[in-house]
Each structure stands twice: as C-alpha cells, then as structure tokens.
Design a protein around this ligand. Structure first.
Ligand SMILES: NC(=O)c1ccc[n+]([C@@H]2O[C@H](COP(=O)([O-])OP(=O)(O)OC[C@H]3O[C@@H](n4cnc5c(N)ncnc54)[C@H](OP(=O)(O)O)[C@@H]3O)[C@@H](O)[C@H]2O)c1
Length: 280
C-alpha cells in the first residue's frame, strides 16, 4: 500500500493515476469529506484526514510500504505540520517517506520555498528512510489559461518577458514520484524534476501559437500594489517576483536518469492535452 496526501489536488491525482497505472494499491488522503469519483475510478482507497491532526496517522499509515507527502499549495502550516507528521510516521514505523518539495527550496524569499527547505531539514533529522523530489514549475500551470489565449491571442506573463522557466510536465513528475516510492537504492537522495528546455514567455507564446494554429504574443503583466498580507498572496507575489528577476530553470539530467528517457517538452505537453469536447 502506498499513501498519497493532498490526493485530490492536481499533483496528488497525477501521482495516484501513475501508481494505479503500475497496478500498485494506493490510499488517497483527502481533506474534505464527500465523494471523490476521480480517485475511486482510479481504484484508490480514499480516506479523509487532516494533515495537521496527529491522532489519525497510525490508521492512515496501517500496512503502508511508503508515503508520498504532498503538502497543500501555499499553506502556512507546511514547515511545522510536516515536521510533526514525520514524527508520527516514524512512530508508526513507516518504511519509506518521499517528500514533494520544490526546485530551489533554499530561495527563501518565497515563503513556500522556505517552508519546504525547513521541512527537508526536519526530514533529514527525523530518523525516517526518505527521498525528496524537487519539481520545477509545471507546464500544466498554463493549461487553465489556454482557452483565453485561444480567444485573445495573448499569453499573460506575471514573470515578465525575458527570464525563462524549465517547465516540467506533471506526468513526468508523477512518474518520477513512482520511481522514488518503489525503487531501492535511493534513500537520502534529493532529486530535481526539471523540464528539458528553459523557455521565456515569448517562446512559450510561440509554441502555444503553433499548437493553436494562430498567432500568440506574450504580454508582460506587472503585479501592482503592495505585497499581499495573506500567506497565499505573499507566496504567489514573491514567486512571480523571483521568476521575473532570476527565472526558474535547472538541469533535466536528474529527471532523465530517473525516468530512463528525456522529459516531455512543452510542445509534447500541449500535444497531450485533450481536444475540445474530449474532457480531461
Ligand atoms: N504547481 C507547481 O508548479 C508546483 C511545482 C513544484 C511544487 N509544487 C508543490 O506541489 C504541492 C501541491 O500543489 P498542487 O498545485 O497540486 O495543489 P492543489 O492542486 O492546490 O491541491 C492541494 C490539495 O490539498 C488539499 N488540502 C487543502 N487544504 C488542506 C488541509 N488544510 N489539509 C489537508 N489537505 C488540504 C486540497 O483538498 P482535498 O485534499 O480535499 O482535495 C487540495 O486537493 C504544493 O506543496 C506545491 O508547492 C507545485
């Protein structure tokens, strides 16, 4: 049994799908009650548990050979909550924990990166057998914008027009997660999951234009006003400020080694999207 947290989110569902496609039993942990047709259709056992509640973990982890810990996006409890959960997992005798981090967690100007950096430190001190996956930003992050882009011919870029991102396809992230959850000889390893090419917004616009069969231009959307006070707002703003100043790129070599093939390009990501009327 492999336990996956935040399983109803985009990352969690992709990891559950990948594990189930390999025929592995999965316990999908979700926060909110109510039916989860997508997860049950994949054949996962769905359980409801609060990540920050200590008492439920022995039950949630019963019979598990590994856990994939995804913390909900932009959640202020990540550093402390993850540390407490590592202690619970250790007490429960969990044989392997894989933590879903982020590329460059040490870029602490972004609070959610700082939280993941602290969580990685706590994981190292936890006594658990662990592995860490550090994904770059997902190519999938742009999917929600594509219908608008098709209509307007404009790709909105809050990270400016000159710095690049090495976007990674979420399917490749999930496949790397499956490797870390199941293969031996990887304990104590920190693995970057980075797409094959650094791409600026104008280059992304060009590739989207090729995919849509229309001209697309990138538009610089400069964030206005003060940095928001909410945690999620601060994370989002500091993230785009960081990308605008420094880009968010890395090497695809580690992901290539984990997958045994080169990661999917952005054009391949676009080609894999469902067409109009095909559903997700
Ligand atoms: N997007 C990227 O490019 C990227 C890149 C690298 C790393 N990451 C990291 O990947 C992680 C997941 O991101 P995502 O975009 O997949 O998240 P997401 O789609 O926003 O999903 C998060 C899930 O967590 C669950 N959740 C929310 N609050 C919760 C709480 N208090 N307790 C327990 N569960 C709660 C939600 O509800 P249910 O469980 O009820 O469905 C939701 O399904 C984040 O830590 C993010 O930093 C993202």
């Amino acid at each position: 049994m492999i336990v996956v947290t935040a399983a109803g989110g985009s990352t969690g569902t992709a990891v559950v799908r990948e594990l189930r496609s390999r025929g592995l039993p999965v316990r999908a942990v979700v926060a909110g009650r109510g039916p989860r047709p997508e997860l049950t259709a994949l054949g996962a056992e769905v359980v409801t548990a609060e990540l920050t509640s200590p008492m439920q973990w022995p039950d949630v982890l019963a019979g598990a050979r590994a856990m994939y810990l995804i913390w909900p996006n932009f959640d202020p409890d990540e550093a402390d909550g993850a540390r407490a959960l590592f202690a619970e997992a250790r007490r429960a005798g969990l044989p392997r924990l894989v933590y879903h981090s982020v590329l460059r967690p040490q870029a602490r100007a972004m609070p959610h990166h700082a939280a993941k950096d602290r969580a990685e430190q706590a994981l190292d001190a936890s006594g658990l057998a662990w592995r860490v996956l550090q994904p770059c930003a997902y190519a999938d992050n742009l999917d929600a914008q594509l219908a608008d882009v098709a209509r307007t011919g404009v790709l909105r870029s809050p990270w400016g027009l000159t710095r690049a991102q090495s976007l990674v396809d979420l399917r490749d992230v999930a496949a790397a997660a499956a490797v870390l959850l199941t293969e031996d000889g990887l304990d104590g390893g920190t693995f970057e999951a980075v797409g094959p090419q650094p791409l600026t917004a104008p280059r992304l616009a060009e590739l989207i234009g090729d995919h849509l069969g229309r001209e697309v231009t990138a538009q610089d959307v400069v964030p206005s006003g003060a940095v928001p006070t909410s945690y999620a707002g601060r994370c989002r703003r500091t993230m785009f400020d960081w990308y605008r100043a420094h880009g968010f790129t890395g090497s695809p070599r580690v992901l290539t080694a984990l997958l045994g093939r080169r990661p999917l390009s952005f054009a391949e990501h676009l080609a894999g999207l469902p067409g109009p009327g095909e559903g997700a």
